[in-house]
Ligand binder design. Structure first.
Ligand code: PMP
Length: 407
């Protein structure tokens, strides 16, 4: 049993209370994007109704309010992930932009031909393609730690692959395609012994589990607001101050400079050095409101409740004839990726939608994972703390219906 009042929580999410194709909506596509509570929607509209102006520039009152709210959001995020300093919190468009920033500003200036970047076979394309672009730019080598049949990153192979040419370890904290929670602590420990910096793709971890960047000991941590109840087009790069200080800016423009002349430009301090142009002010404010909401419930309680949901869903879905769960790691976030014998995942998704059930089907931007399991795609149900066992039952019933229609 759980201490969460799910009925009360659900009342905070207006979007959940609607019918889709004549059936009450069951939203199980949270790994792609979560929904927003009223408090986030209201924080964003309150900002636009009362406080909006450009930040960092004006002496007038509205600009001051907008700046305070924007920089206040940075402090909320710092506290949420336990970074030492707000200088270490860089706003980006999302996880994707955060990884690209590290590739272009940390790796590109210093990496030599033959230098190695180590990733895993579990990665989202956002933690693969930026390194491939870098490979073209500097002649770096991309090495991939294999995964097991359970969908776990192979630690023994990792220890063999890390070596004197390794310049960066870039790992998913939680896999979006399978839900695997990667035991990043032990990978980081070995990386540190080799003096290798570590980037974590936290897009799927941060909405579901407490994250403490100092306890983890990572050098970079990337995440997206829209997967953790916040606005889209907003994300965060956490970077250790010493590393960020040494990195050149990656985009030029207003706000990231101290002075500009045609001969010489001096750059602003951290974190603004990395925030060229007018930022997504409302996005930062909405993300801070999302964090307030998550903290009111408590990340520990969210993780515990979602784990119960995962166990329930795993058991219930396993009893659907012909259903095979892909990714059976011992430690998983509340994601169930599966196939249904003889039915293409895309058709599963289409029939489920007629039953009001929203899941994701496809390769989940992790095509190498699909290739490893020798399947084109999976159907993926991904849960949040506002989901219920009744909704899992609705999913299972809709899958049984799908088998009758298409099987
Ligand atoms: N990494 C992982 C593990 C993800 O799940 C996602 C989003 N699907 C991303 C990176 C990319 O996030 P965004 O599209 O918000 O930049």
């Amino acid at each position: 049993a759980t201490a969460l009042d799910i009925a009360a929580i659900r009342r905070d999410f207006p979007i959940l209370h609607q019918s889709v194709n004549g059936k009450p909506l069951v939203y199980l596509d949270n790994a792609a994007s979560s929904q927003r509570p009223k408090s986030v929607i209201e924080a964003v509209s309150r900002y636009y109704e009362h406080d909006h102006a450009n930040v960092h520039r004006g002496v007038h009152t509205l600009s001051q309010r907008a700046t305070d709210a924007y920089e206040g959001a940075r402090e909320t995020i710092r506290r949420f992930i336990n970074a030492r300093d707000t200088k270490e919190i860089v706003f980006t468009r999302g996880t994707t932009e955060a990884v690209n920033l590290v590739a272009q500003s940390f790796a590109r200036p210093g990496f030599q031909p033959g230098d190695e970047i180590l990733i895993s076979a579990l990665e989202h394309h956002a933690n693969i393609v930026p390194w491939q672009l870098l490979r073209e730019q500097v002649g770096a080598v991309l090495k991939v730690i294999p995964i097991s049949e359970q969908g776990e990153v192979d630690f023994v192979e990792f220890e063999k692959l890390i070596g004197p040419r390794t310049r960066l370890l870039a790992l998913a904290h939680v896999s979006n395609a399978l839900g695997t929670i990667v035991p990043v602590e032990k990978f980081i420990k070995v990386a540190k012994q080799h003096g290798v910096p570590v980037l974590l793709d936290g897009a799927q971890a941060i909405p579901h589990t407490p994250v403490d960047v100092q306890a983890l000991g990572c050098d970079f941590y990337c995440f997206s607001s829209h997967k953790m109840l916040g606005p889209t087009g907003m994300g965060v790069l956490y970077g250790r101050k010493e590393l960020l200080e040494a990195m050149p800016p990656w985009q030029g423009g207003g706000d990231m400079i101290l002075s500009v002349s045609f001969e010489k430009t001096t750059f602003n301090q951290l974190p603004w050095k990395f925030e060229a142009g007018t930022p997504h002010i409302a996005g930062a404010i909405g993300l801070a409101a999302a964090i307030d909401y998550l903290e009111t419930i408590g990340m520990e309680r969210i993780a515990a409740y979602e784990h119960e949901l995962l166990e329930y869903a795993t058991d219930r879905l396993s009893r659907v004839p012909g259903l095979r769960i892909v990714g059976t790691a011992a430690n998983k976030a509340a994601v169930v990726s599966f196939t249904l014998e003889g039915i293409h995942p895309h058709d599963i998704g289409t029939i489920l939608d007629t039953e009001g059930v929203a899941i994701r089907t496809g390769h989940h931007c992790a095509m190498p994972v699909m290739e490893f399991f020798n399947i084109p795609a999976t159907a993926r149900a991904s849960m949040s703390f506002y989901n219920t066992r009744e909704e899992i039952d609705r999913l299972a019933a809709a899958l049984e219906h799908t088998r009758k229609v298409l099987g």
